[in-house]
Design a protein around this ligand. Structure first.
Ligand code: SAH
Length: 343
């Protein structure tokens, strides 16, 4: 049995032809799936003989909602989802005035080892398939009863460490026969796998690239992000320039502010110096405290001062609005606490 969600429209059309069916059925079946019909029996315009073939060969794997937490302001929901092999992942749905954003996972766990992040503590269990990435959006829309308009790949996992499945997902989700989500409404966040940034730039898509920078120098970055031993900030910025040239898109730099680690005025000035003149935007995130490590969030005053220093240097900086702090919405925390409570 294969998960039909792992097939692109064209791949499924080829399968149909090889199996003596008309290729146009591919669009029919997929349009049912996008209308939240997830079993072949209920697909009204599909002949019985084809339904039988589909049932013999395919399943449509939708994760099971284990828990759904709502923040006290009602705007954020965090879903704990079980994949069909029992592995757990998380996604977060945020309702804004301008539409619904989903933050999705790309791997079970993560192997990048960032010191402040809960997703990486037990390493990477496995990659998600493109269908499993897609199915987070499907289940979220069902839970919400509304369509999702924006996607951020900022849940558990390193998207560029699962490049093939993530790029297949991106093509599927932006396809006009699929969810038809605008490329500009998608943000992919990476800790900086340089060769893959070039590969992404060459895909010809105009999604927003976000880089988890978190420090202005390699020396400082190496203390909190092991990936900094492999790629230098200079190599990352060169790749970003290439991305900007290819896509004309502004790059986002994420910077988690950790008390006494990277939040001083000197840090802000040096970061300003580093990014001066670049088509970019800095997203400051007061670090979410995770009980497995001792990193503390910066004071509001330090966050404000940091932002001001960047702005004074002509660099656009915003402080990420905190949503869902009361529901363990930071990466990987919910999955960890659930696994712990079951063991
Ligand atoms: N692996 C990708 C995407 C997942 S994490 C990446 O590294 O970008 C999404 C963002 O949340 C990253 O910027 C990551 O560094 C940040 N993050 C992880 N744990 C955090 C925490 N405890 N507090 C604040 N930001 C965190």
């Amino acid at each position: 049995m294969e998960n039909l969600l792992d097939y692109t429209l064209d791949e499924f059309a080829s399968w149909l032809k090889e199996n003596g069916e008309s290729a146009f059925r591919s669009k029919q079946v997929f349009s049912w799936i996008y209308k939240d019909i997830w079993n072949f029996e209920d697909m009204k315009n599909i002949p019985k003989s084809l339904k039988e073939k589909l049932n013999e060969n395919f399943e449509i794997l939708i994760p099971e909602v284990i828990e759904c937490f709502k923040s006290s302001d009602d705007n954020t929901r965090k879903l704990l989802l079980a994949l069909n092999d029992g592995n757990l992942i998380e996604c977060v749905i945020m309702q804004y005035k301008h539409g619904n954003t989903i933050c999705i996972s790309t791997q079970v766990g993560c192997r990048m080892g960032c010191k402040f992040c809960a997703s990486t503590i037990d390493g990477r269990v496995r990659n998600l398939t493109s269908g499993e990435i897609l199915s987070q959006i499907m289940i979220a829309q069902k839970v919400l009863g509304e369509r999702i308009s924006n996607i951020v790949l900022m849940g558990s996992g390193e998207p560029l460490d699962n490049y093939d499945n993530v790029s297949k997902f991106l093509k599927e989700v932006t396809s006009e026969y699929g969810f038809n989500i605008g490329q500009r409404h998608i943000t992919l966040s990476t800790c900086g796998l340089v060769p893959k940034i070039y590969e992404l730039a060459d895909e010809g898509m105009t999604i927003t690239l976000a880089i988890s920078l978190h420090a202005f120098s390699d020396e400082k970055r190496r203390v909190i992000m092991p990936i900094a031993n492999k790629y230098s900030i200079k190599e990352i910025l060169d790749a970003c320039h290439y991305y900007i040239d290819k896509t004309n898109r502004r790059v986002t730099f994420e910077y988690a502010l950790v008390k006494d680690v990277n939040d001083s005025k000197e840090d802000a000035k040096s970061l300003g110096q580093l990014l001066k003149g670049m088509l970019c935007h800095v997203n400051l995130i007061p670090v979410n405290e995770v009980k497995e490590n001792s990193f503390k969030r910066s004071s509001n005053k330090a966050v404000e001062t940091f932002a001001e220093i960047l702005k004074d240097r002509g660099i656009e900086a915003t402080v990420r609005r905190e949503m869902g702090g009361d529901i363990n919405a930071a990466c990987g925390q919910l999955r960890r606490s659930y696994i712990k409570s079951q063991s």
